[in-house]
Each structure stands twice: as structure tokens, then as C-alpha cells.
Design a binder for this molecule. Structure first.
Ligand code: FRU
Length: 527
């Protein structure tokens, strides 16, 4: 994506000159939005106003899930990056907090992570009051403008008051860019219990770099990974690395890498997306134990980018919790919302499964979401010849459906169709002949704000042989999330109907289906 930054940032240089003073910018005035604006998600996180991209610094501490995010408080398009901030006690309801990190004379604050320094290895706090430590990328505009290649460096900041206020470290940057790597960013830190030190992974153009540290301040580069592995589209961005245990008790390491930049062609259905690798990690080096040429994607929809996982989830919870940015750099800056731009995906729990082809990462929506179910409609086992209209039962603008479907021999295609009084239609379903899921937003409302938005129907391979097809779906005003076969295939797509979808039906073509399931209206998290 940085290709576009260069042009955009050049235009912003004058402005940034002022912004880089140490004077904090004012939190934007246009707060306290009603969350009733056209296309405003009702149960997804979105900023009150202005521009948001990647989730950053997700960490759990003292009962709060922190969510920081790339934020530009002065416009609804990308600009000088800050870290916006919100907290939640249940991953569903979010409280907005003031901006956590402002640009300073070292640069803008790009993506990064946060950890609890339990043993006070940094000496910023004490073991009684361990510091929250954020590690992020400085993007230095002046350097970039001068044609240098060392303008991205890594800095840290800490908080001693549960993330409410942050101090930048005096000796930033903690990792300068000595090799002049143009794309050198998005550090993700974790404590490695096996080696009793910190590990950090960051993206460096066409690979990731792994570092070790005893104190988060002094870092040693230990290895690189990536050349010739998976999707070689670049730049690689926003990596993550964590240990997972499969259902059979096998331990593996999973690496996430988002890939950006080349408009239209990278991820399976176009634009930016997130791939993953499964392998071993000895504390210094990651080894991919899957096929080198295989590319595995965390989500086949077009709107799940730059996602990483939460740090410091308590052991007795044990989940690997993930959230992504629900957009795509192909069109993120021109989507038709007025006062804000972008939302996050629903938080998801990741699990690793072994199958005949290797390892598969499943994503399932966090169970806390059941707390916003309102009205329930149970569908008893029923045969559908063509359609089952559910419009009287649930509101497709904010709904959750869990459906179990068995096609008969003649069935060619089935799914869920949302529509509105303008005749706009969104479909998500399963194409029996091609054994693939699909999401079709080509007729779902506004599409012509970008030639890259709705060029084709999005498809995703099915990763299960089960005769019953299980669809777990969330529709929220401007998005659909499909978790098929217990999260083995995921598709996240946004859409912009001129008026909210008000009709919903299950449809089948070619032959009948057997269906049972549960449908729920979901309540707004903002009211
Ligand atoms: C990913 C990304 C990151 C970068 C941030 C800047 O979307 O390009 O690599 O740190 O956005 O906002």
C-alpha cells in the first residue's frame, strides 16, 4: 500500500510539517456520532468519526481488551497516522478512549503491537504495576521526501495506567533502519516462555525479520523468512507469529502475513489479503513445514486485512483471538460512507486443524457475540424446493444465522439472499458443482465508487467433506461474514445498499435442500 502513501503523503507534507511538532493535535470535534448514519455497522467496531485502518496493539490487561488502530483524526481518507484507542470487557461492546499515540519528530505512528511487561524487563514500571509496552513503526516523512530508504524505524512507548496515557521511550528508535529497507514495519512482539525472552517479527519488503530481546529495548536480529514461500506479492505487512496446539495435541507455530500494494491482483479475490504459514519455531528461526509454493489464506472475502492476534490472553481462557480491518486497499479510501471510514471484522477465535492436505486455520466468531442475540427464530427440519422467506422472522440488516443444509442430488446452488425495496440483492452461498462458497455483491447497491469493488463474484474453496453444510453468517448493515464448516472457510465482504436490506430468504436452485437452524436478530452495541 505504501506505493500510494508516497503520492498521498507528498501532498500532505506541508500539513505534516505542522503536525510533527510535539503539540498534540486535538481529538477531532466530530465525535458523538449517532451511529445511525447510512451504512453504519451496528455490532462491529468503527471509529466515531474519520479514517481508520489496521487494528494495532491488541492486548488484554486487567479485564480489558485493548484495541488500538491506525487513525487519522482530520479526514476520512488516510493521512498522518495516530493510534486511536478503544477498550472492551467482552470483545463486543467498545468504549472509545482518547487517541493514545500522536506523531512526533521521529515520524508518523504506523502499525505495531502491545504487550504486558509482567516482569518489568524494561524497568518502565514495577512488577506490582507492570507497564503496557507498545512497539510501533515510525514513518519519517522528511526522510521519505528526501528519497532516503531508512525512513521507517521501530519505536516503543509505555503506559502505567492501564493504557490511558502513554510515554514515548527517550531513546527511540529502538531499531534503526541500518540496511535501508524501504518497507520495514509493523512489529509484533511476544514473550517466548521456552527461551525466556521477547521475540519480535516485522515485515521487510518481501520477507519477515525475526528479532530477540531481553528487555524490549535492545534487539538482536536472528533470522529472515519468506523468500520463495507463499504469495510473493509485496510489500509484506503486519506479520504475527504464535504457537497453536491442534485438536490432536500437536504443537505448531502459525505465521500470519498480510500482503499489500499491487492493485487488483494479490489476494484470491483481488487486492490485499492475509496469508498464513504453519511450521516450527526454535526461538530464532521459523521453518515452514507445509509446501513452499502453497498459499493459505485466512479469509477468502475481500475485506479482512492487516489482522493480528491479541497478546496476553489469560491461560485459563487460552484462545487465540484475532481481529482484522474490514476493508481492502483497492477501494478503502473511496467507500461511500460520509463521516467515518471503515470498521473492524468481528473478533474471531483461531484454531489449528490437521487434515489430509496439511494444516488448516479455522476462524470462528467469538462466543461472546451470543450476548447481543435478541429475538430467536428456530427453523425445524424442513425441505425447501425453491425459497424459504424469513423476512417476517428476522431483520437482515443485523442478523446472525446458523444453518445446517443437505443438498439433494439435483441441487446446483443454494444460499441466502438479502434484498431491499430498490431491488438490490446480495447473495452468499454454496455452488455445489464447483464445490465452492461464493459471495456476490455485484448487485448489492453502490458499486461504482471503485472499478475494483465489484468486478466479479468472490469464491472460496470448501475445506470439508461433511455431507451437511454448516453456514454461520453475520449480516450487519454493510457487511456479511460467512464462517462455513465450523470456520474452515471464511468470507468477509462489505457492501453498500442504498437502503438497508429488509428481505431475507434461503434459496435453492436445481433441486431441493433439507434445512434446519437458528436465526437471531442482533442488537446494536452503540445504543
Ligand atoms: C497496512 C499498512 C501497514 C502500515 C499501516 C499504515 O494496511 O500499510 O503496513 O503500518 O498500514 O497506516
Amino acid at each position: 500500500m505504501i506505493k500510494d502513501f508516497t503520492i498521498l503523503l507528498f501532498g500532505l507534507t506541508l500539513f505534516i510539517g505542522c503536525r510533527q511538532s510535539t503539540e498534540p493535535a486535538q481529538q477531532n470535534e466530530a465525535v458523538n456520532q449517532s451511529y445511525n448514519e447510512p451504512h453504519r455497522p451496528q455490532f462491529h467496531f468503527s471509529p466515531e468519526a474519520k479514517w481508520m485502518n489496521d487494528p494495532n496493539g491488541m492486548v488484554y490487561y486487567e479485564g480489558e481488551y485493548h484495541l488500538f488502530y491506525q487513525y487519522y483524526p482530520d479526514s476520512t481518507v488516510w493521512g498522518p497516522m495516530h493510534w486511536g484507542h478503544a477498550v472492551s470487557t467482552d470483545l463486543v461492546h467498545w468504549e472509545h478512549l482518547p487517541i493514545a499515540l500522536y506523531p512526533d519528530n521521529l515520524g508518523l505512528i504506523f502499525s505495531g503491537s502491545a504487550v504486558v511487561d509482567w516482569n518489568n524487563t524494561t524497568n518502565f514500571g514495577s512488577t506490582d504495576n507492570p507497564p503496557l509496552v507498545a512497539m510501533y513503526t515510525y514513518h519519517n516523512m522528511e526522510g521519505e521526501k528526501m528519497g532516503k530508504h531508512d525512513f521507517q524505524t521501530q519505536g516503543i512507548a509505555y503506559s502505567l495506567d492501564k493504557g490511558r496515557t502513554w510515554e514515548k521511550y527517550d531513546d527511540n528508535p529502538v531499531i534503526p533502519n541500518t540496511e535501508n529497507i524501504h518497507d520495514f514495519r509493523d512489529p509484533k512482539v511476544f514473550w517466548n516462555d521456552a527461551t525466556k525472552n521477547w521475540v519480535m517479527i516485522l515485515a521487510a519488503n518481501d520477507r519477515v525479520k525475526i528479532y530477540n530481546s531481553k528487555d524490549l529495548l535492545t534487539w538482536e536480529h536472528t533470522s529472515d523468512f519468506g523468500l520463495g514461500h507463499g504469495s510473493q506479492a509485496r510489500p509484506w505487512e503486519c506479520p504475527d507469529l504464535f504457537k497453536m496446539t491442534t485438536q490432536d495435541g500437536e504443537e505448531k507455530w502459525v505465521m500470519l502475513v498480510s500482503i499489500g500494494n499491487r492493485i487488483g491482483i494479490n489476494a484470491p479475490n483481488g487486492g490485499t489479503g492475509t496469508q498464513y504459514f504453519v511450521g516450527e519455531f526454535d526461538g530464532k528461526t521459523f521453518t515452514n513445514t507445509q509446501s513452499k509454493v502453497k498459499t493459505s489464506w485466512i479469509d477468502y472475502g475481500r475485506d479482512n486485512y492487516a489482522g493480528v492476534t491479541w497478546s496476553d490472553i489469560p491461560q485459563d481462557d487460552g484462545r487465540r483471538l484475532f481481529i482484522g480491518w474490514m476493508s481492502n486497499w483497492d477501494y478503502a479510501q473511496v467507500v461511500p460512507t460520509k463521516t467515518w471510514r471503515s470498521a473492524m471484522t468481528l473478533p474471531r477465535s483461531l484454531t489449528l486443524h490437521r487434515n489430509a492436505d496439511g494444516y488448516l486455520l479455522h476462524s470462528t466468531p467469538v462466543t461472546e457475540l451470543s450476548g447481543i442475540r435478541n429475538n430467536t427464530y428456530e427453523i425445524k427440519q424442513t425441505t425447501i424446493e425453491t425459497n424459504l422467506d424469513l423476512s417476517e422472522k428476522i431483520n437482515p440488516a443485523q442478523a446472525e444465522l446458523i444453518l445446517e443444509i443437505k443438498p439433494n442430488e439435483a441441487t446446483t446452488n443454494f444460499g441466502i439472499e438479502l434484498s431491499n425495496t430498490n431491488g438490490e440483492v446480495y447473495r452468499v452461498g454454496y455452488d455445489v458443482m464447483n464445490n465452492q462458497y461464493y459471495s456476490d455483491r455485484t448487485r448489492a447497491g453502490k458499486v461504482d465508487f471503485s472499478e475494483f469493488f465489484a468486478k466479479k463474484i468472490h469464491t472460496a474453496v470448501r475445506n470439508s467433506n461433511n455431507k451437511t453444510i454448516r453456514l454461520h453468517l453475520f449480516f450487519d448493515t454493510a457487511s456479511a461474514e460467512l464462517f462455513a464448516d465450523n470456520g474452515a472457510t471464511v468470507m468477509t465482504d462489505i457492501y453498500f445498499p442504498d437502503t438497508d436490506f429488509s428481505q431475507i430468504k434461503v434459496f435453492t436452485e436445481g433441486g431441493a435442500i433439507e434445512l434446519n437452524g437458528s436465526c437471531y436478530d442482533l442488537t446494536s452495541i452503540w445504543k
